[in-house]
Design a protein around this ligand. Structure first.
Ligand SMILES: [Fe+2]
Length: 290
């Protein structure tokens, strides 16, 4: 069934006078703003259902999942699900990139994420389509679904920025504190230095906007049935190597062709060897630490 764009968000809330300015004011004064009832209830239910089905599948394949993506993004890669448990984070994360065709079962999550990304762009005063495709400077945005497991899922407090520029994030919580888990959840240190338990304030269909340069993270989840599931769209940049125009051309001499072929071969080997070497280094380091 095709979803009309206007069915994704609650039009009554969206058309309230001064709605965008209220978000901007909250961000400037406190570093965060909770837009109550912003998502259309029926659409929210569908996103929640699809997300829970998705994280259920991830748990089943836990042992086969690679580490989740954080940072360096190569343009053109496949959508990626990962799992990690270390001193920094314990979570499952799936990234849906805008250059990949959307699978039916992920459609609602991605549609919501992209719609809210347009709204976020409006809040920060850039074109609403900014980051839907790779921009001239390499900027891009992609959908991320995070699942913090019921037993001790967490993300250490940190701040985000790109090239020193602050980022405005939005987050949609799909499970809730006081219902699906009772301890832990999303926190932020606001601009007055107060530690705010955001998850305790958020209800279904609410959307959180916050400045990524305020310290934020996920306190360990416990007393939980479903864990914490949340959706957001990460504004970032693709790495510079994926923007290099390396390509072949008709009429090249044999030496140029060979150089090109060899350089491609190294690239392929790189993709196989690098993860193995990184894993080995990680193992050596953790052995030396304990
Ligand atoms: Fe962050």
């Amino acid at each position: 069934m095709k979803v009309e764009f206007k069915e994704i968000l609650n039009q009554e809330i969206l058309s309230q006078k001064g709605f965008i300015q209220d978000i901007q004011k909250g961000l400037t004064e406190k570093g965060y703003f909770i837009a109550k009832d912003l998502i259309n209830k029926d659409f929210y239910k569908r996103v929640k259902l699809d997300s829970l089905k998705h994280v259920d599948k991830l748990e089943k394949y836990k042992s086969k999942l690679p580490e989740p993506l954080r940072g360096d993004l190569r343009a053109g890669i496949r959508d990626l699900s990962g799992y990690c448990k270390n001193n920094y984070w314990h979570l499952y994360r799936t990234c849906f990139f805008p250059w990949n065709r959307i699978k039916n079962e992920n459609k609602t999550m991605i549609e919501l994420s992209r719609r809210l990304s347009k709204l976020r762009n409006k809040v920060i005063g850039v074109d609403e389509n900014y980051g839907t495709l790779i921009e001239e400077n390499g900027d891009i945005a992609y959908t991320s679904l995070s699942y913090y497991p019921p037993c001790n899922g967490f993300l250490k407090g940190h701040s985000d920025s790109t090239y020193g520029k602050p980022i405005v994030h939005f987050k949609v919580e799909l499970t809730h504190k006081g219902v699906d888990y009772f301890k832990g959840g999303f926190f932020i240190v606001d601009k007055k230095g107060l530690l705010i338990d955001i998850s305790a304030k958020v209800k279904p269909t609410d959307v959180i906007f916050f400045e990524g340069n305020c310290i934020h993270g996920i306190n360990p989840i416990s007393n939980s049935n479903l864990g914490r599931v949340a959706l957001f769209e990460i504004p970032t940049s693709v790495n510079s190597s994926s923007r290099m125009n390396l390509y072949s051309n008709d009429g090249w001499n044999i030496v140029s062709r060979m150089i090109y072929k060899i350089s491609n071969k190294f690239d392929k080997q790189n993709k196989i060897l690098t993860p193995i070497i990184i894993k080995l280094t990680q193992k050596i380091f953790s052995f030396l630490q304990f």
